[in-house]
Design a protein around this ligand. Structure first.
Ligand SMILES: C=C(O[C@H]1C=CC=C(C(=O)O)[C@@H]1O)C(=O)O
Length: 497
């Protein structure tokens, strides 16, 4: 893998559009073609150019206008990090229970002979270079239904263009797979033309788009019709049955999920939904992955694992209470949550399991002494931060393989709880509650657990939420909790429920 820093070979103009040097592109592509010929396999070329920091939402909308294919969005407003991609230079699609390790091996293989150029030393440090975005299903043993068509067991996408930014730096990465017989002049022309169009929209279109936004007639959210996939009574009965199983000693905790279908007359506006989610949930990971007409999207508070320079950070997140209507009530609900034996028990399974999973991957694991409160817009959770130092040679994908599914979305012990979900839940979770995120070079990456999420397709959306069930769970309270969790996407889509 070559990495070159060539300050000044490319630059940005005053509007922050990336400038490119077509001849330099041709030279790099030629080099890749020669290598492809020698090694008899396509070679990945990844070039990162500096840009000025733009609103990631704006890039997402601009990418729609460039018409380059599927779009991808990943951002956390609180730490001002964002990744916005479009098009597919290549995809890694995996199946079966080895889906994460197979994806890791394919990514290693692809990187091995890649040509990676970073056209400045002043780039966002963790996301520069080739970055794959994608996710994995919750469970490979649940039958895959038509609902999740386009979302296989494992999917990592190397976007053609990736805008990435942190607090004060931004960049654009161009990815291309070059084969031994490629016409490199033509490939360079295609890239150059796309960058030219992007530069034009960034120069002229930002104002234009902003003006359009400002002038736009306030869109009245359409009338949304919500159907439970399983009636409230049936779901509560499932919870009651799970409680019985727990009391009979089958397992100690299981997370049961439910789905709702939402419809409206007009198509749901994915860009507006992302905007609303980012504004309402600044500490959440707001994401969208497009496959044709469908978007899997959401605003999840749960980090599965973040890896930076060999340091990994994760969390146990389980145990919930509503937010109070007044400061005093909110404080009281929070204190009750902290003292609740039921919630502490539910949370404890997650802490122990994560700790044990990390033990074999890390040289040192650090777990906070006690859970703290994570307060979100309409719900609060118990959260325990956990950190570790990855042993050399281990990557974030291996951490995912070991951590997923934590008892925050599966149960405890893992195997009987998963068997109960498969047997009793009657829901194709697909990517809901699965790992979703990005992986770059040098083992860096970040994956969240895809909660508070849904699959949006035109005028229809299917939304999911689950609750941790333990021996003293009350079906009615769990149902109310699932409604709070569903509100995230219902409101994100423009509903006022
Ligand atoms: C399974 C979900 O939430 C998990 C994360 C936080 C709190 C949870 C709980 O209290 O049950 C769940 O474990 C979901 O939002 O669908």
């Amino acid at each position: 893998m070559d990495i070159t820093f060539t300050d000044n070979a490319y630059n940005t103009n005053h509007s922050g559009s990336p400038l490119y040097d077509r001849d330099h592109l041709v030279t790099t592509f030629q080099q890749a073609r020669e290598r492809a010929h020698q090694l008899e396999r396509p070679i990945l070329v990844s070039i990162t150019l500096p840009m000025i920091v733009h609103d990631p939402q704006l890039l997402f909308t601009i990418f729609q206008h460039l018409d380059l294919g599927n779009r991808f969005f990943w951002a956390r407003s609180a730490d001002k990090r964002a990744l916005v991609g479009v098009g597919e230079a290549m995809t890694i699609e995996t199946t079966g229970s080895e889906r994460v390790t197979t994806a890791a091996a394919a990514w290693r293989e692809l990187r091995q002979h890649a040509i990676i150029e970073k056209i400045s030393s002043n780039l966002p440090p963790y996301t520069s270079g080739p970055v794959l975005l994608g996710g994995f299903t919750f469970d490979t043993l649940t039958p895959h239904t038509a609902l999740w068509e386009g979302f296989p067991a494992g999917l990592l996408i190397l976007p053609f263009l990736l805008f990435h930014s942190d607090e004060d730096k931004a960049a654009l990465t161009i990815n291309a797979l070059i084969g031994a017989d490629d016409d490199v002049e033509q490939r360079a022309d295609q890239v150059a033309k796309t960058l030219q169009r992007l530069a034009l929209v960034l120069q002229n279109g930002i104002d234009q788009l902003a003006a359009e936004d400002g002038a736009a007639v306030e869109k009245k959210p359409g009338e949304m019709v919500v159907h439970d996939m399983l009636s409230a009574e049936q779901w509560k009965e499932q919870v009651a049955q799970a409680v019985k199983k727990i009391r009979s000693g089958a397992f100690e905790k299981v997370v049961l999920a439910r789905g709702v279908q939402v419809e409206q007359e007009d198509e749901f506006d994915v860009d507006d939904t992302l905007q609303r989610l980012s504004q309402s949930y600044p500490s959440a990971y707001v994401f969208a992955i497009q496959r044709g007409t469908r978007y899997f999207m959401g605003a999840t508070p749960e980090r599965l694992v973040c890896s930076e320079d060999g340091q990994i950070q994760t969390m146990a997140l389980a145990g919930s209470a509503p937010r109070g209507a007044s400061e005093e009530e909110d404080h009281r609900f929070g204190e009750e949550l902290l003292k609740s034996e039921k919630n502490q028990g539910e949370h404890h399974f997650v802490v122990t399991t994560i700790h044990d999973a990390l033990y074999s991957l890390c040289s040192r694991v650090w777990v906070a002494d006690a859970p703290r409160l994570l307060k979100l817009k309409n719900i609060q959770h118990l959260e325990t931060p956990i950190m570790g130092n990855l042993k050399p040679g281990h990557s974030i994908l291996e951490a995912i393989e070991d951590l997923h599914p934590t008892p925050a979305v599966g149960g405890y012990p893992r195997l009987p709880a998963l068997a109960a979900i498969r047997e009793d839940e009657h829901l194709d979770r697909g990517w809901y509650a699965g790992p979703i995120g990005w992986i770059g070079t040098g083992g860096n990456g970040e994956f969240a657990v895809a909660l508070r999420s849904g699959l949006v397709d035109g005028q229809r959306a299917t939304l999911f939420a689950g609750c941790g069930i333990v021996a003293d769970s009350d079906p009615e309270s769990e149902y109310q909790e699932s409604c709070l969790k569903l509100q995230v996407m219902l409101r994100g889509l423009g509903g006022d429920m």
